[in-house]
Design a protein around this ligand. Sequence first.
Ligand code: MEV
Length: 314
Amino acid sequence: MTRCSAPGKIILFGEHAVVFGESALALAIDLRITSAVTKSTGYSVNGHPMKKRHHAYVSASLDEAWNGPPIDIETSSEIPSGSGLGSSAAVTVSCVGAMLAAKGKFELESIARMAFEVESRVQGRASPIDTSTSTHGHGVLVSPEKLDNLLWRIEKGNIFWNIHHCEVPKLSFVVGYTGIHAATGPLVAKVRKLVDSDEKAASNISRIGEIVGEGVDALKRGDKQKVGKLMTENHRILNELGVGHSALDKLVEACRGISYGAKLTGAGGGGSMICLTDDVVQVSKAIANADGEPIVVRVGSDGVRMETTEVSRR
Ligand code: MEV
């Protein structure tokens, strides 16, 4: 059996705009998904025969990374599915990682590339931010330009993403999970449609790119006030792009005045928001009072890693 785990993530700035090639900044979190691969007589996922429709990411990972005999895949997750915290990327990265490890080819850049192909295929359209963050861990800055600490460069069609290691700032975040499951693919498609037909939406995408740059500078200076202000602006723009939700606004509003700032994180449409604060207890209470599930996350976790490798006795 070969077992790998991979982390979820929060996007601090830049979701959706990154699909169009703008910059984005994500931090790996201390919630993980583990996938174990065992040689078998048929293909199965968590004890059930593998079906493309039910096991879209696992099955696409198999097409991308496996050409050996049939395998059983067992997954276990600490990340709620559709929560905006990168569960699809973490399941994909851990599966691809376990499959490559079983072939003796565990290598981070290959995992990141294959996992991006899987997400793109399943979602219809994607950027590499989630899969590269789950692979590398720590902090990841994606940008159209090559900067210091370049990890790898990924391209699709006419878009290039340069993936960089980013030092993880010493900041405390509380996630507020709405409990509303939101699939990423349709939200990405909705933004695409709006941007194709509306100039304001296109300029909003560019503004998000600028926010990422300003946010990275503010983080370097340790200017939490500015980071929080930019988070709040980023949230407003995501609402204008049509990926907000009243439950997210309620949680963001509950954090006003007791935090530096808050915004939805990930695809939106439900899922989760994040709040930057020095007082995780007070913010957690406010999120719970506003009908959200507070999750205090630690940022900067390790990327994909092999957990154990044993020779299967079957
Ligand atoms: C989802 O976590 C992030 C999005 O920007 C989609 C993507 O980058 O593939 C909404």
